[in-house]
Ligand binder design. Structure first.
Ligand code: SF4
Ligand code: SF4
Length: 216
């Protein structure tokens, strides 16, 4: 076959309509007899793949209210508020899903590992801002001397568990463990009174602990 004829045959193959090309026909036939790639959502529930980053949720039992997630959240979409006037005093954390970027930093740096999770929930529907809020409340412990916010009770309990016998080197942790064992009474506020040597064995913020240590 001459070079001219070969060129002509190649040209006619290229001009063949794509629908009649064997490769395209084969693909079309395969698509006709294959199951659909899409799901029948919402008639059939959809399960996202592992590692999917969906709606952020707190776990009331695992969260200790430490606020680490607030610190690491890049768009600052978790608010933390301490209400020392409430009875009992409380710390509230609010995560705003409408400002979340689903980066997963909160879950990654949560010290308990389970306090906050990016769930597989992917439906975000609501008519009010509150519909996009995830809230949690924790009882707050106050300094018995100055009345300032110290830490959530659950955070101190977690520290006692994590430190084991070492926790008894710190009077605040020792008293927290003692309260849970009912061998120590409830904290008593003595705001405004001058600190004494005996005050060293009380629940205190670091600033008051320093003051009582220096006074003793
Ligand atoms: S325990 Fe985890 S979820 Fe709770 S406040 Fe601390 S970092 Fe956030
Ligand atoms: S996933 Fe990222 S943006 Fe959303 S709350 Fe957690 S840290 Fe903040």
């Amino acid at each position: 076959m001459g070079a001219g004829k070969k060129k002509e045959k190649k040209k006619s193959r290229l001009l063949l309509p794509s629908l009649f090309q064997p490769r395209v026909l084969l693909q079309a036939l395969r698509a006709i007899f294959s199951p659909p790639y899409t799901t029948k959502y919402p008639d059939e529930p959809y399960t996202p793949p592992p590692g999917f980053r969906g709606r952020v949720r707190f776990d009331a039992a695992a969260c200790i209210g430490c606020g680490a997630c607030v610190e690491v959240c890049p768009p600052k979409c978790i608010d933390m508020m301490d209400d020392t006037a409430a009875s009992p005093p409380k710390r509230e954390l609010i995560q705003h899903a409408d400002a979340c970027i689903w980066c997963g930093q909160c879950e990654r740096y949560c010290p308990t590992g389970e306090g906050i999770t990016l769930t597989s929930e992917f439906v975000e529907v609501g008519f009010r801002l509150e519909d996009f809020e995830e809230r949690i409340e924790k009882e707050l412990l106050l300094c018995e001397i100055c009345g300032e916010s110290l830490a959530p009770v659950d955070q101190l309990r977690w520290l006692v568990r994590e430190l084991g016998p070492l926790a008894y080197a710190n009077p605040t942790l020792m008293l927290t463990a003692g309260r849970d064992l009912s061998v120590v009474g409830e904290p008593v506020q003595t705001q405004g009174e001058s600190v004494q040597r005996a005050d060293r064995l009380r629940i205190q913020c670091p600033r008051c602990r320093r003051a009582t240590a220096l006074n003793a």
